[in-house]
Write a protein that binds this ligand. Structure first.
Ligand SMILES: Cc1cc2nc3c(=O)[nH]c(=O)nc-3n(C[C@H](O)[C@H](O)[C@H](O)COP(=O)(O)OP(=O)(O)OC[C@H]3O[C@@H](n4cnc5c(N)ncnc54)[C@H](O)[C@@H]3O)c2cc1C
Length: 241
């Protein structure tokens, strides 16, 4: 691996201090005559358990507005343009991504190597050569007056990118449900796992929500199943027997 073959890095740069209390207050407000100002308190252990139970009941019944009040921002780098393209399909997220128009490559551009290519030495070498040759042509273009915004047409899906990505807790759970599924490509799966791990490291109670969709549904709705959960049809047929 060269210094230009990069790996994903993820860090939370902004999130509320009181996520649990915020979600609890939103849930409790719906069923209480009391003011949310008074409800906004679940500091001691007993209250925390009460809060977790209520949140579980409310969220599992599909009352999702209660988890939309929490906004989280991630600093992300070392992912491919292929991966960022998949991530930006999530329309309820907000993105600010490093521009290939305004940021000119000065030397070999950073890129990502998929694990399948890394495992095949001959193809891996050709892959590296391609990146070097592409850089050479890119630099020839920019050194001869072609603007970076046009020279970038040469850059492959493998080119590394960085971004700030923000989303609310509802979208974070949705993202995890879709992208932790083994049907998602390995790079975005790794990225989203890192995002979830970052959040869970300070909010361990969220672990059970940040799971592949089959964990939530109890079945797999994908064409090709990894076998983690039974297929939906298997469950229905099982019930009919
Ligand atoms: C394994 C996998 C394979 C994929 N393969 C392909 C592919 O081959 N080609 C391709 O083009 N895409 C592909 N996608 C992307 C996929 O189609 C979605 O665009 C992406 O996963 C975002 O999902 P979403 O729309 O649920 O989420 P978000 O955009 O994050 O939206 C969240 C939720 O908000 C609601 N919502 C948002 N916008 C609207 C709207 N306009 N109308 C109604 N409801 C809305 C929906 O309930 C949605 O689930 C793939 C995704 C996965 C996970």
């Amino acid at each position: 691996m060269t210094e230009h073959e990069v790996k994903p890095q993820v860090k939370i740069i902004s999130k509320p201090q009181n996520i649990l209390r915020t979600v609890y207050t939103a849930c409790r407000t719906c069923y209480s005559a009391d003011s949310p100002i008074n409800i906004n308190n679940c500091e001691n252990a007993q209250d925390k358990e009460k809060a977790l139970n209520l949140i579980k009941k409310v969220v599992s019944s599909g009352h999702y507005s209660t988890i939309e009040h929490v906004q989280i921002s991630f600093a992300i780098s070392g992912i491919s343009r292929a991966c960022s393209h998949q991530l930006v399909r999530h329309r309820l997220m907000s993105f600010s991504q490093k521009s290939q128009r305004y940021v000119k490559e000065k030397e070999q551009f950073d890129y990502i190597v998929p694990p399948t290519i890394l495992k095949q030495p001959e193809l891996y070498e050709k892959y590296q050569q391609f990146m070097q040759e592409t850089t050479k042509l890119y630099l020839e273009m920019t050194e001869n007056g072609i603007p970076a915004e046009d020279a970038r047409y040469l850059l492959p899906n493998a080119a590394a990118t960085s971004m700030v990505a923000s989303l609310n807790l509802r979208e974070m759970i949705h993202l995890a449900n879709l992208r932790l599924c083994t049907r998602a490509q390995s790079e975005i799966r790794t990225l989203v796992k890192m995002m979830c791990d970052e959040l869970v490291s300070t909010e361990p109670w969220l672990k059970e929500y940040l799971s592949p969709k089959c964990e939530k549904a109890g079945f797999c709705d994908e064409d090709k199943s990894c076998g983690r959960k039974p297929k939906k049809e298997e469950l229905i047929n099982g019930r009919n027997d």
